[in-house]
Design a protein around this ligand. Structure first.
Ligand SMILES: Nc1ncnc2c1ncn2[C@@H]1O[C@H](COP(=O)(O)OP(=O)(O)OP(=O)(O)O)[C@@H](O)[C@H]1O
Ligand SMILES: [Mg+2]
Length: 222
C-alpha cells in the first residue's frame, strides 16, 4: 500500500468549453509520469477524457474509469474504490453542466479546480461555481477539507484582459491560482495524439505552465 496519501482533484465549472478536460488530462499525465499512481474518472457523457487517453499510446497506461453523469453516488463510490486500491492521485473530469456527478465529485475532492477563461461570461459562471462550492462544503461528510481554486485558462498572451480578470477576481475575494494556462496550439492538438504537452515538448511553454500548475496544486494540500 502506498505511503503517499491519496489526493482527489475535481475539475469543475458549469461553463462548457472552459478547459476542464484539458487541465484534468494535463495534470493527471504529469502525476502519472512523475511516478504517482494516477487515475482519472470521466463523468462527462461525451467521454472526452477517455477518448483523449485512447487516441494514442502514451496515456493508455493511465487508469481511466467512467461514471454516469446522473449518478453522484457512483462517483463517490468509485473514488473510495480507487483510494482503497492505493491510487495516489485521482482526477475527476466533470461535465459542463450541473449534474449529480459534479456534486458527487465535490463531496470526495480535496481540491476543486475551477477553470475560468478571461471573458465576462466565464467570470460570472466561475464565480457562481465557487459560491456553489461554498454551499457544498457545508454538507460534506468526513473531515477532509475541500480547497477551492480558480485557474485562468486559455489566456491570450500579451493581452490586458487576463490581467484585468486577475485583479477583479482577487479584489472580489475569489481564490485564484498564480499559475495559468495560455491559449496554445500544443493544448488543442494534444487530445488528437493521445498525449500531453509535457510529453510532446517537455521544455515548451505549455509543458512549463502545467509544471507550474501542478507545483502550486501540491502546495495547496501540503
Ligand atoms: N489552453 C488552451 N489552449 C488552446 N486550446 C485549448 C486550451 N484549453 C482548451 N483548449 C481547447 O478548447 C476546447 C475546450 O477545451 P476542453 O475540452 O478542455 O474544455 P471543457 O471545459 O472540458 O469542455 P466541456 O465543457 O465541453 O467538457 C478544446 O477544443 C480544447 O482543445
Ligand atoms: Mg470536458
Amino acid at each position: 500500500m502506498s505511503e503517499i496519501p491519496s489526493r482527489v482533484v475535481a475539475v469543475a465549472t458549469v461553463k462548457g468549453g472552459s478547459g476542464k478536460t484539458t487541465i484534468a488530462m494535463c495534470i493527471a499525465a504529469h502525476w502519472l509520469y512523475s511516478g504517482l499512481s494516477t487515475a482519472v474518472i470521466d463523468t462527462d457523457p461525451q467521454r472526452s477524457a477517455r477518448r483523449w487517453a485512447f487516441a494514442g499510446s502514451e496515456l493508455e497506461i493511465m487508469r481511466i474509469d467512467v461514471c454516469d453523469a446522473h449518478d453522484g453516488a457512483a462517483v463517490m463510490a468509485r473514488v473510495e474504490e480507487l483510494e482503497r486500491a492505493g491510487f495516489e492521485r485521482i482526477v475527476i473530469d466533470t461535465p459542463g453542466f450541473r449534474s449529480p456527478a459534479l456534486f458527487g465529485a465535490l463531496d470526495r475532492a480535496d481540491l476543486a479546480l475551477v477553470p475560468v477563461r478571461p471573458s465576462p461570461v466565464d467570470f460570472e459562471v466561475a464565480a457562481d461555481t465557487v459560491d456553489l462550492l461554498g454551499a457544498v462544503q457545508l454538507d460534506r461528510i468526513g473531515d477532509r477539507p475541500l480547497h477551492v481554486r480558480m485557474v485562468l485558462s486559455q489566456v491570450s498572451p500579451r493581452t490586458v484582459i487576463a490581467r484585468h480578470m486577475r485583479q477583479e477576481l482577487k479584489s472580489a475575494g475569489y481564490p485564484l491560482m498564480d499559475a495559468e494556462l495560455s491559449i496554445r496550439v500544443a493544448y488543442a492538438e494534444a487530445p488528437f495524439s493521445g498525449s500531453v504537452p509535457g510529453l510532446i515538448d517537455p521544455k515548451g511553454v505549455a509543458a512549463r505552465e502545467v509544471d507550474a500548475l501542478v507545483a502550486e496544486i501540491d502546495k495547496v494540500w501540503a
